[in-house]
Design a protein around this ligand. Structure first.
Ligand code: NAD
Length: 247
């Protein structure tokens, strides 16, 4: 479904991002994954090459909150491959503290990675996509971008902003044939959730109409659809993949 495409996936070293990278490779794309540290980037690339040595996958670790670093990384990718077709903004962190417990800088930290970093990567990429006649930008939102959450206000605030950026840029970039969409996962079985005790998980599962939490592959399948030509007329969409657990 993605033969010949060049994709960049931020937060591609584990969890949902890793599943997206793997799914894109299985579907013929060449992928550059971004992570926060050299060590985890090398580990993820090695793991993927062990699965299939023919997959063209490499890794970088620019600081996503540094616009110049991101611009340099994107330039080096376009210098190497001649284009960038798909940008997936998946790196993100969450918060759960009540508002009175927030420490100075904590709110800024989540906004910097979950929102400003998206602006940086998108701004660094759009010029190339415009020049090449089109492209696809995908953002990882969250079900909390619809319902909010009862503590950790920074996280839903950042994801509402992701939706706003997605819908607005779909309108701005549509005339350049650049589609912009987001996926809003529900509770997904990544490191973060796996560390929760079963007495915390069980009541959550009971509230999910499909009666299970999502697997990273469930989310990656939506990212595959939205990146592919099957979604050629889909833009400005926030696609919930949450087993209908939206509130
Ligand atoms: P994870 O913690 O397993 O992976 C996060 C990824 O982001 C890692 O690859 C990590 O390297 C990268 N990252 C973290 N901090 C970074 C930084 N400062 N700079 C660069 N990269 C950084 O998380 P996940 O559960 O796979 O989450 C991925 C995305 O999905 C996030 O945007 C998250 O908000 C969203 N999401 C997750 C869930 C869930 O239940 N797991 C639900 C809804 C949305």
């Amino acid at each position: 479904m993605l033969k010949g495409k060049i994709a960049v996936v931020t937060g591609g070293t584990r969890g949902i991002g890793y599943a997206i990278v793997k799914k894109y490779l299985e579907n013929g794309a060449k992928v550059v994954l971004f992570g926060s540290k050299e060590e985890t980037v090398v580990k993820a690339v090695t793991q993927l090459k062990d699965i299939n040595p023919d997959w063209e996958v490499s890794g970088m670790f620019p600081s996503l909150t540094d616009a110049t670093d991101v611009r340099n990384a994107m330039k080096s990718i376009v210098d190497k491959y001649g284009k960038v077709d798909i940008l997936v903004n998946n790196a993100g962190i969450s918060q759960s503290a009540p508002i009175l417990d927030y420490k100075p800088g904590e709110f800024d930290k989540i906004m910097n990675l979950n929102v400003t970093a998206l602006f940086n990567t998108i701004q660094a990429t759009v010029g190339y996509m415009k020049e090449q006649g089109g492209g696809c930008i995908l953002n990882t939102s969250s079900m909390v971008s619809i319902s909010g959450q009862s503590a950790g206000v920074g996280y839903p605030t950042s994801k509402f902003a992701v939706n706003g950026m997605t819908i607005s840029l779909a309108r701005e970039l549509g005339p350049m044939h650049i589609r912009v969409n987001a996926v809003a996962p529900g509770i997904t079985n990544t490191d973060m959730v796996a560390s929760l005790p079963s007495d915390v998980i069980a009541p959550m599962i009971a509230k999910i109409p499909l009666r299970r939490i999502g697997e990273p592959e469930d989310i990656a399948n939506a990212f595959l659809f939205l990146a592919s030509d099957m979604a050629s007329y889909v833009t400005g969409e926030i696609l919930s993949v949450d087993g209908a657990m939206r509130s």
